[in-house]
Every structure is written in structure tokens, then in C-alpha cells.
Design a protein around this ligand. Structure first.
Ligand SMILES: [Zn+2]
Length: 135
């Protein structure tokens, strides 16, 4: 993930994204992480929890986002819903550029748009053209 985007995430959700957290995914998922960050930041401030919910690990695994929270306490039901939705969004958002994408299973699994999938040699330009035409 681009350093400027990481800085922005920490600015808008300081209680959620600590300074020592690594963002082990690419910049295309920035909007997803921003949305989770803003929602959980609000919950941390207003939720009346004994301790704030902090991102413990954020990474791409088998082509989709994994968002691990810390602590994993009993207050987390509402938060988990937000996190699960974000992980679901990552299954249809290009990890590289943020455009609509889908899970590509050639080689390392990656969720990519047609253009990025060609650049990553997951599909051929012909396959990408067909996909864009909905064929
Ligand atoms: Zn893309």
C-alpha cells in the first residue's frame, strides 16, 4: 500500500490503525480500509467499550482481504459485521487499482480487474476483451 494512503488511514482512524501496523495489501483496497477505519473509529469513540478495537493485522491472503482485530472481545459483534463486509468487498474490488474485479486463480490468487489481470498475466488480452464485453 502506498505510504501516502497509509498516512491518510492513520489520520482519519488513529484509534483503529496504530503506527506499527503493516498494511500487507495493495492500494486498490484503500477505499475499503478507509470505510472500515471510519466506522470503527466512530465506534471506538462512541461505543463505550472498555478498550478500543484495534487492527492487529491487515493483509491479502488467497486473493482477498483479511482484517484481524485486536482484541477479539465480546463487544465486537457490530464491528465484526463491518469487518466481514469489508472482506466481502475485497472479493470484487481490484487490489491493484480499486476498479471492479474478480478473484483470479491462475498462479497466486489475486482479485483483479481485467486490465490488471492482463498486466499480471492472469488472463490474456483476448480474455480481458471478452470479459469487458460480458462474453
Ligand atoms: Zn485493476
Amino acid at each position: 500500500m502506498d505510504d501516502k494512503l497509509i498516512k491518510k488511514l492513520r489520520e482519519v482512524a488513529p484509534s483503529v490503525y496504530p503506527k506499527d501496523l503493516d498494511f500487507e495489501c495493495r492500494s486498490g483496497w484503500y477505499d475499503i480500509l478507509l470505510k472500515v477505519g471510519l466506522a470503527l473509529q466512530k465506534m471506538n469513540v462512541e461505543g463505550g467499550w472498555t478498550e478500543p478495537l484495534i487492527a492487529g493485522q491487515i493483509k491479502e491472503k488467497f486473493g482477498t482481504l483479511r482484517w484481524y482485530a485486536n482484541p477479539t472481545n465480546g463487544n465486537m459483534e457490530a464491528a465484526q459485521k463491518i469487518i466481514r463486509e469489508a472482506e466481502h468487498q475485497s472479493t470484487k474490488t481490484c487490489e491493484y487499482c480499486g476498479k471492479p474485479g474478480k478473484l483470479r486463480k491462475k498462479g497466486w490468487f489475486k482479485t483483479l480487474c481485467a486490465t490488471c489481470a492482463v498486466e499480471d498475466e492472469k488472463i490474456t488480452p483476448e480474455e480481458a476483451a471478452k470479459e469487458r464485453l460480458g462474453l
